[in-house]
Write a new protein. Structure first.
Length: 328
């Protein structure tokens, strides 16, 4: 940071306003984010002389109060600060319990997970989500998750979504039902203000139903994502056992340093099974929060597209949760 110079501030319109007479007494504090005042970002100058000069200059910058224009201006500035690291298709899935023939609510769910398909790469990542739902936005709740499957072939994913057979001495052979798709969305991994966000915009179902409400799947959502350092100290009986934790290449492990948790600076962390994550619900309005547009999965999303991409046969998985938001 330069010293002895007043750096610009940002007004409501997203323009930089320069004081005409820089002074050595000017020291600045920088913060970003959309606050209650509607500013997409601001720099606060500590010098009284500079503050007075800035107010004088700002008085000549009148901003239209029309909501549509104001939103577009805020979005334009925020887009300069947010950095999109990855985009792609995201689908939500739940696995019914072994003893359940028909799911009637979240109590009948054994596992809930996300399936990420990055654009431009032949790779699939499955992330198991703790509590069997997404964290609550209103409470800024946090939950734990981990990458349990990374595959380059869609057939490998289809096999994991198929019925599972479990044999025990006391109960014999039991078959777990097929996984159900509960939603499809476009997603982006975004760096913003020192954090990394996983952002999505739901495309199917068109009208969220009981399944989406009870699994915490909103029409749009932003979650702050942090990666746990597999070599860092951890309280006993928390997270994955050491044998199941990720083993990163030297470059990724070095990026974590000695920190126990670090922002998901590189999406390549997700390419390693055993990567442990903390998901913190940040916002239900990612456009306003980050000022970005999420690419659509498809212009006209069809449920059969999702199954065909995964190499699953039509009719292999119940589609009621995906199309109508009802439990099956």
């Amino acid at each position: 940071m330069r010293t002895g110079t007043c750096l610009p501030i940002i007004n409501e319109r997203g323009d930089e306003v320069l004081p005409p007479t820089p002074g050595p007494a000017c020291r600045e504090r920088i913060s970003y984010g959309v606050g209650g005042s509607g500013l997409a970002g601001h720099r606060v100058l500590q010098s009284p002389r500079c503050r007075a000069t800035v107010r004088q200059r700002q008085n000549s910058c009148r901003v239209s109060s029309r909501p549509a224009r104001r939103k577009a201006e805020i979005t334009g500035y925020a887009a300069q600060v947010a950095r999109i690291r990855e985009t792609g298709d995201l689908s939500f899935w739940y696995q019914p319990r072994v003893t359940v023939d028909r799911v009637r609510g979240p109590d009948d769910v054994a596992r809930f997970y996300l399936l990420l398909e990055p654009a431009g790469r032949a790779i699939f990542r499955r992330v198991i989500v703790g509590r069997k739902r997404l964290p609550d936005v209103g409470a800024h709740e946090r939950t734990w998750g981990f990458v349990d499957l990374v595959a380059c072939r869609p057939e490998a994913v289809a096999d994991e979504l198929a019925p599972e057979t479990d044999e025990t001495r006391t109960r014999g052979v039991r078959v777990a039902p097929r996984a159900r798709p509960a939603g499809e969305a476009g997603y982006a991994i975004v760096e913003h203000a020192g954090h990394t966000h996983l952002v999505y915009v739901l495309e199917l179902p068109e009208a969220p139903g009981p399944v989406q409400h009870e699994l915490g799947i909103h029409r749009a959502m932003s979650m702050i994502v942090a990666v746990r350092n597999p070599e860092g100290a951890a309280p006993p009986a928390t997270g994955l056992p050491p044998g199941r934790r990720a083993h990163y290449p030297e470059q990724l492990q070095r990026a974590l340093g000695t920190r126990r948790f670090a922002p998901l600076d590189s999406p390549k962390f997700l390419d390693h099974p055993g990567t442990e994550l903390v998901l913190i619900a940040a916002s239900g309005d990612p456009l306003r929060e980050l000022g970005i547009d999420i690419p659509k999965c498809r212009e006209t999303p069809e449920p059969t597209d999702l199954l065909s991409r995964l190499g699953a046969e039509p009719g292999a998985h119940p589609l009621g949760p995906l199309l109508e938001g009802r439990w099956e």
